[in-house]
Design a protein. Structure first.
Ligand code: NAD
Ligand code: ZN
Length: 349
């Protein structure tokens, strides 16, 4: 571990919902199957806010270093690591590790592994300058990639790309995206377009309206000012979208999407508002024969594919860069729904 400092700056959640401390902590050494990544940039996902607030029915480790969109450079590795060399670019993702031998891992459903390790939740994540990742699950990032721009792809990009695949929507069909102006939504629009879909974005405000349309949404519906969202969505899509990707952090849009989705269409549940339910009336669920399914990040293949779309320039990251020290301000804006696109933290500041 030559040239690696003994201490580093990190953002630490000592207590759920408590003060967030920006201070120096020791740099850890990687275990035999791990890499140590010098994180250059980390995206801030709404999941990080859920982790800090502790509003999900799954406890975090404490104290916790949050973050799971970390892009950086491999600076140390364990003896068993064969898929990374020192100096390679690597991404620290939500799925930090999994057992690789259970029924779910074997079938490519690694996120559903009962022994999954979650970055910035059950293990320390990327809101620090040096983060540890299991080498087998760390994302390989091509040399020369803009590390700030790829950071959001490591969770938001993979997640929405996978959700779109799960939706089974075909080129030329309509997909509605709720929460279209946020971190996941702004990437979902672009992956959907790249996959040949027609996009309708739902969110609120002028900034998000302009941003979603400049990224490729054909239609924008403002959920705060549209009197009958269900009727409007059905009208503009001539019968309802074939698929809905729900990434809004609110319960209501999930229920609405079950109402406006086209017969035989698919409602994909991705956003994770606390204490929420997806409600769909039984009669129309049957008669319209709709599918409601959950989608949870992606596996290693989805990761490589999502990164490939980005590397080929099909998807761009609508990011704003601030220092790692500014995380609490980013959380404040996120809580108020005032972030269009994604904030990315520069760990050197
Ligand atoms: P974000 O805060 O960047 O975006 C959320 C957006 O939802 C905002 O633009 C907000 O204006 C919009 N919104 C709020 N109420 C709405 C409504 N009624 N109708 C339409 N839009 C509405 O959040 P994000 O980082 O994009 O994350 C979104 C959610 O996805 C979070 O709950 C996060 O935890 C979850 N998530 C899930 C997965 C997964 O694997 N399933 C992965 C990553 C994130
Ligand atoms: Zn995330």
């Amino acid at each position: 571990m030559t040239g690696i400092p003994k201490t580093q700056y990190a953002q630490i959640f000592e207590k759920t919902g408590g003060p967030i401390q920006y201070r120096e902590i020791p740099v850890q050494a990687p275990g035999p199957d791990e890499i140590l990544v010098n994180v250059k940039y980390s995206g801030v996902c709404h999941t990080d806010l859920h982790a800090w607030k502790g509003d999900w029915p799954l406890d975090t480790k404490l104290p916790l270093v949050g973050g799971h969109e970390g892009a950086g450079v491999v600076v140390a590795k364990g003896d068993q690591v064969t898929n990374f060399e020192i100096g390679d670019y690597a991404g620290v993702k939500w799925l930090n590790g999994s057992c690789l031998s259970c029924e779910f891992c074997i079938n490519g459903y690694e996120p559903n592994c009962p022994h999954a390790l979650l970055s910035g939740y059950t293990v320390d994540g990327s809101f620090q300058q040096y983060a540890i990742a299991k080498a087998i699950h760390a994302a390989p990032i091509p040399k020369g990639t803009d590390l700030a721009k790829i950071a959001p792809i490591l969770c938001a990009g993979i997640t929405v790309y996978k959700a779109l695949k799960e939706s089974d929507a075909k080129p030329g069909q309509w997909v509605a995206i709720t929460g279209a102006g946020g971190g996941l939504g702004t990437l979902a629009i672009q992956y959907a377009k790249a996959m040949g879909l027609r996009v309708l974005g739902i969110d609120t405000g002028d900034v998000k309206s302009k941003m979603t349309q400049s990224l490729g949404a054909e239609v924008f519906i403002d959920f705060a000012t549209t009197p009958d969202i269900v009727a409007e969505v059905i009208k503009v899509t001539n019968g309802g979208p074939h698929a809905v990707i729900n990434v809004a952090v609110a319960e209501k849009p999930f229920e609405m999407s079950c109402k406006y989705v086209r017969p035989r269409g698919t409602v994909v549940v991705v956003g994770l508002p606390a204490h929420a339910y997806v409600k769909s009336e039984v009669f129309s669920t049957v008669v319209k024969s709709i599918t409601i399914k959950g989608s949870y990040v992606g596996n290693r293949a989805d990761t490589d594919e999502a990164i490939d779309f980005f590397s080929r320039g099909l998807v761009e990251s609508p990011i704003r860069i601030v220092g790692l020290s500014e995380l609490p301000k980013v959380f404040e804006l996120m809580e108020k729904g005032e972030i269009a696109g994604r904030y990315v933290l520069d760990t050197s500041k």
